[in-house]
Design a protein around this ligand. Structure first.
Ligand SMILES: [Zn+2]
Ligand SMILES: [Zn+2]
Length: 155
């Protein structure tokens, strides 16, 4: 049997590491930012409101605005990534390398998928029109296995 390959998503979510990443990004480490960062790490592709809920469970009171601000500032310095599949609100994830997503049209589930071919950016534009390309945002749309099953059952 082939050993399971370790994916890059299995980085440590240790508070010390998270603190370190915030610092490295030039951000002041606050309990709120740390909690928001941790929430994004433990629930990848979460909506801002879901992050809010997770953070509230940990910190108790925190305003929505504080969570939104933390998400914004961390996305801006690139330690988390904001993704916005068509028709969905913004979602946040801690995996910031070039990767893509599989999205289910029916239930809205979203999972990570590695680059299609070769190194990032894996899509080579036919004509780059002189742009210096460093990222390709790809969402593969379809139906997840669960939804395929229930669609078939409902026939
Ligand atoms: Zn689905
Ligand atoms: Zn992702």
């Amino acid at each position: 049997m082939k050993p399971m390959s370790k994916t890059r998503t299995s980085q440590s979510h240790d508070s010390a590491d998270l603190r370190q990443s915030l610092k490295a990004a030039g951000l002041q480490v606050t309990a709120q930012r740390l909690a928001v960062y941790k929430a994004v790490c433990t629930s990848p592709h979460a909506l801002a409101d879901e992050v809010c809920q997770v953070v509230r469970e940990e910190l108790g009171v925190i305003s929505r605005q504080a969570v939104y601000d933390a998400l914004n500032v961390m996305s801006e310095c690139g330690i988390i990534r904001r993704i916005q599949p068509a028709g969905s609100a913004a979602r946040y994830e801690h995996r910031v390398d070039n990767h893509h997503h599989l999205a289910c049209r029916s239930c809205g589930s979203l999972i990570d998928i590695d680059c299609a071919v070769g190194k990032a950016p894996c899509l080579v534009a036919e004509d780059d029109h002189g742009y210096l390309i460093d990222e390709a945002e790809v969402t593969y749309w379809g139906y997840c296995p669960e939804c395929q099953k229930s669609l078939a059952d409902n026939k």
